[in-house]
Design a protein around this ligand. Sequence first.
Ligand code: ADP
Ligand code: TPW
Length: 599
Amino acid sequence: MESVTVARKQSPTGATEAPATSSAPTNADAREETDGFHLLIDALKLNGIDTIFGLPGIPITDLTRKAQAAGLRVVSFRHEQNAGYAASIAGFLTQKPGICLTVSAPGFLNGLTALANATTNCFPMILISGSSEREIVDLQQGDYEEMDQLAIAKPLAKAAFRVLHAEDIGIGVARAIRAAVSGRPGGVYLDLPAKLFPQAMDAEAGRQSLIKVVDPAPRQIPAPEAVKRALDLLSNAKRPLIILGKGAAYAQADADIRALIEKTGIPYLPMAMAKGLLPDTHEQSAAAARSYVLPEADVVMLIGARLNWLLAHGKGKTWGGKSAKAWGGQKFVQVDISPIEADSNVRIDAPVVGDIGSCVKAMLDRIGANWPKPPSDWLSAIGERKSRNVAKMADTLAKNPTPMNFQSALNVVRDIVKANPDAYLVNEGANALDFTRSIVDMYKPRKRLDVGTWGVMGIGMGFCVAAAVVGNEQVIAIEGDSAFGFSGMELETICRYKLPVCIVILNNNGVYRGDETNWAGDVDGDPSPLVFVKNARYEKVIEAFGGVGLYATTPDELRKGMEEAVRSRKPTLINAVIDEKAGTESGRITSLNPTAKKT
Ligand code: ADP
Ligand code: TPW
């Protein structure tokens, strides 16, 4: 009989694991070996990564099992895009790269949308995909799931790497981590060909090859003259304004940002995912007077917010410009880690380049008791607009129409979030997004997670899973019925992992609204492209997986359902039926639609 020496594999971090075959070592001198699977797992663990979001299949099936066996939390999804969105928002919440693991070609492509979205939103994420044999891919000989993934990922990622040899896994992981979290965070692709995983090497040499990344996101201290320039401009302003973006939320410099706002006395506007950085009820919040402060401000300091479409590119009528593209006359300070962000849309008079924590601290150090508070006429003008708009909103919220509309349903959500300020609020849709953003106050940083820079539908259930897994708190998702459909099958994932997620579908039977008919005028033909099955019973879908499904046609029913969901922490879906005529096309961004006239 042929004698076989089975080396017991030892992971470089010391844990001994039984080999795949059950045979015990027959040779006491057998060298201890490790392999690509274990090196990857050990490299991730060494760098503090404790969770992988993914979907198994060739060539990474065993990797998911072995990672779980080695103590990583492996959260297995029904579609890679949702795993990718989960990884990206885990990155936003933790400042560690969120890991998404996929199979080759189709799985990789499914994850790629989320990777591109992460890069666009400055979320740190690493998409790790298995790939097929390089030799066959490069000769285009038609391997199983053949694709030149590295080349495809490159333009959509902040960086992309491939590892061919087990001894380079440590370097590959270290480079991917640094690229994802340093400077402006983003999505990184790591390509791991199938052959890499079983490659064996000496365990000690393997251990030596791993890198624990030192200082992966180094502080970037702003130049003193840049800080002085910015503060000179701000202190001389007559109508100053601060805009906080999701970069400010990401930076986790919450106390210093609050101190900066309060010490300067400058009114501020939070971008959607910066809501709660200071409580939305803060007296300096100018959110309820947004359309007044943008055109009226004379100096605006952006902290971790870009002057992209979400801020009307810093010009035009929103900013008091005389025409659609005209400059409104504001001077801008921009605090950002990217040195090339300034001047991207309008002139930035005082760029402050550095990490937000260091920049805000440097400003605070220079702001003394003699800082000139903003002129009182500016503050009182904002105060007046705010009270007027808040009163108007209160009137609207007090109404109780039948069927429910967005406002009467969201009035309930507003109360539930107020009573549960630690809960995460995931939000997508068009009207469902816009109304929630303006009606539901947030009280704590990084609790509001939404469609971000692209306004992408489909983040919903992935974000819910990640928030529950890495945030370990109740999650409330407010979903348009169309938005929900993009990731709805992850209800099974939510139920499987028993996550405390309460999903509320604001169901108006379609994309934007549900009352549209076929423009061909053919009543017996296909429905309009914008409408869905009328009165769809989404709550029954979660019941199929053992979750709680509820149907709500009144604010009272919705309130009871949400209260019970939060109390029980059971996966719950509430189908909140609202008027199918409620809502406008594209919500508040109708104007971005190219002319769409009925012909
Ligand atoms: P919002 O959509 O909320 O307006 P953006 O995504 O447009 O926010 O802008 C976020 C900005 O924050 C980006 O320009 C990014 O470079 C910047 N940023 C992200 N993290 C940091 C950080 N730690 N320090 C400084 N700037 C950061
Ligand atoms: C990946 C376009 C923007 S908003 C939306 C779509 C399809 C759905 C709006 O309907 P919903 O919300 O969710 O029912 P509501 O409250 O207005 O009724 N594909 C992607 N991203 C986007 N943004 C779209 C399509 C879109």
